[in-house]
Design a protein around this ligand. Structure first.
Ligand SMILES: *Cc1c(COP(=O)(O)O)cnc(C)c1O
Length: 460
């Protein structure tokens, strides 16, 4: 536990100086009451006041092996004693070189080339630039338009924001975003034929100008944990191949077993031309990312110095991150992490079905879905007003209505019951560590159900 004095100093410093992400700062400073986390272990966050919270989302989905996995902490310490940082400029080091080799061995077939960067956004930014320069250098400078999905989220750089389809994130920056055709993915098989027709129409219209398509495979996280059928991803792969566009899989969230297979693409038997990975890449220990490419993509950057990829980040291939990343892959093998996701998927499915059947909770539910280690429920308006300072992450968060707040009422009820269940607008979801112990997963599901019931009980 933290001393009263340290706690007061932390809160004062935060209120005075920290500009928080997605946060209306005037409201935040006026109603300042953040959770103060002092340590974390496994599925648990420990707060300054001694409370413990079960972590329902692995801190924006990065903590895929639980907090402070002892083997990751040990790998980090061992590497720190040896070498904290060198750039990859004319230098290599064992951690990055061996990590790249190991990554290539678990990547979809043919993705043998590994470009390291810092986070999901930069992994996507690098992919965008690779695509544009690739097209230019194979003789298609006219190919400059991208395809992306409606409600997509690919990160925060200007390139990644251009690809994004979540309107609240685009709006403030609209004047500087580049041209992207957004296609609404089908929510289910019934909607597939119409979505395929729209895809064909877009390809028919834009085909010769298309540089690439960038998609989150099968599950769109920030969209509110929305899923779409594998057949649509297959159709996108075919469309790209036919038109000469590159397919970029943004696996920042779906990769590393989130959907039960190593990559989301594996679940649809799709092999992309480029693949972006971050988040679970270092299991929430350090910011690190990579963009993987085929040898064919890399080949377009040969044949003269002017054709090189002029791109790099100061920390790209950082030894600490690479050492942790290697240990993550070893843990996946030693602890059978992917096989464990299948077990958790079944538990989640049973839990969300029970939620949907619950007569009281059911009053608040629109729909539920489960894929891999993610379970989500769409809520309708209900309950009292939330007192938490809501961030702005969905269109609903801009509104004043209860729809915007129902997720945050569930969040507040879950905090009372000992769980951290940050919602996305009116979508409440679980996206815990992939290896969360089953009793703790059951506890999360129970707290979710009790919290939804509590809010449903407030409805008039
Ligand atoms: C989180 C996320 C990003 C951005 O990653 P950062 O590490 O936050 O920059 C990109 N794409 C997807 C699909 C994500 O979920």
């Amino acid at each position: 536990m933290m001393s009263e004095r340290d706690l007061r100093a932390t809160l004062a410093a935060d209120r005075g100086h920290v500009w928080h992400p997605y946060t209306p700062m005037d409201e935040w400073r006026a109603h300042h009451a953040p959770l103060v986390v002092t340590s974390a272990r496994g599925s648990w966050l420990e707060l300054a006041d001694g409370r413990r919270l079960l972590d329902g989302n692995g801190q924006w989905w990065v903590s895929t092996l639980g907090h402070n996995h002892p083997r990751l902490v040990a790998a980090l310490k061992a590497q720190a004693e040896q070498l904290c940082h060198v750039s990859l400029a004319g230098i290599t080091h064992p951690a990055a070189a061996r990590f790249a080799e190991e990554l290539a061995s678990v990547a979809p077939k043919g993705l043998t080339e590994v470009f390291f960067s810092d986070d999901g956004s930069t992994a996507v930014e690098a992919a965008v630039k690779m695509v544009v320069q690739y097209q230019r250098q194979i003789g298609h400078p006219e190919r400059s338009v991208f395809l992306a999905l409606g409600n997509a989220f690919h990160g925060e750089t200007v390139g990644a924001t251009s690809l994004g389809g979540v309107e609240v994130f685009r709006r403030p920056f609209a004047p500087v975003l580049f041209e992207v055709v957004h296609l609404a993915p089908p929510a289910d098989l019934a909607a597939l034929p119409q979505a395929l027709r729209a895809l064909e129409a877009a390809v028919g219209q834009q085909g010769p100008r298309l540089a690439g398509a960038v998609v989150e495979p099968l599950l769109q996280g920030a969209a509110g944990m929305q899923t779409y059928p594998a057949a649509y991803l297959n159709a996108l792969r075919d469309a790209c191949t036919r038109t000469g566009a590159l397919l970029v899989a943004d696996e920042v969230f779906t990769g590393y077993g989130r959907l039960g297979t190593m990559w989301g693409c594996d679940r649809a038997n799709v092999v992309p031309d480029l693949l972006c990975t971050a988040k679970g890449f270092t299991a929430g220990v350090l910011p690190m990312a990579a963009t993987l490419a085929t040898a064919e993509v890399l080949a377009a950057f040969s044949g003269g110095r002017a054709r090189a990829f002029l791109y790099g980040h100061s920390y790209g291939g950082n030894p600490l991150g690479a050492a942790v990343g290697r240990e993550v892959l070893k843990i996946y093998r030693d602890e059978g992490v992917l096989a464990g996701v299948a077990v958790r998927e079944e538990r989640l499915r049973a839990g969300f079905e029970a939620l949907a059947r619950d007569p009281l909770a059911g009053r608040l539910l629109e729909a539920t879905r489960v894929l891999g280690s993610v379970g989500a429920a769409d809520l309708r308006a209900g309950g009292r007003r939330a007192t938490t300072v809501r961030p702005v992450e969905t269109e609903a968060d801009l509104g004043e209505g209860y729809v915007a707040e129902v997720g945050w009422r569930v969040y507040e009820e879950a905090l009372e019951r000992g769980a951290y269940l940050r919602p996305l607008g009116n979508v409440v979801y679980l996206s815990p560590a992939l290896n969360i112990p089953l009793p703790e997963l059951d506890q999360l599901l129970e707290i979710l159900r009790e919290s939804v019931r509590a809010v449903a009980g407030e409805m008039a």
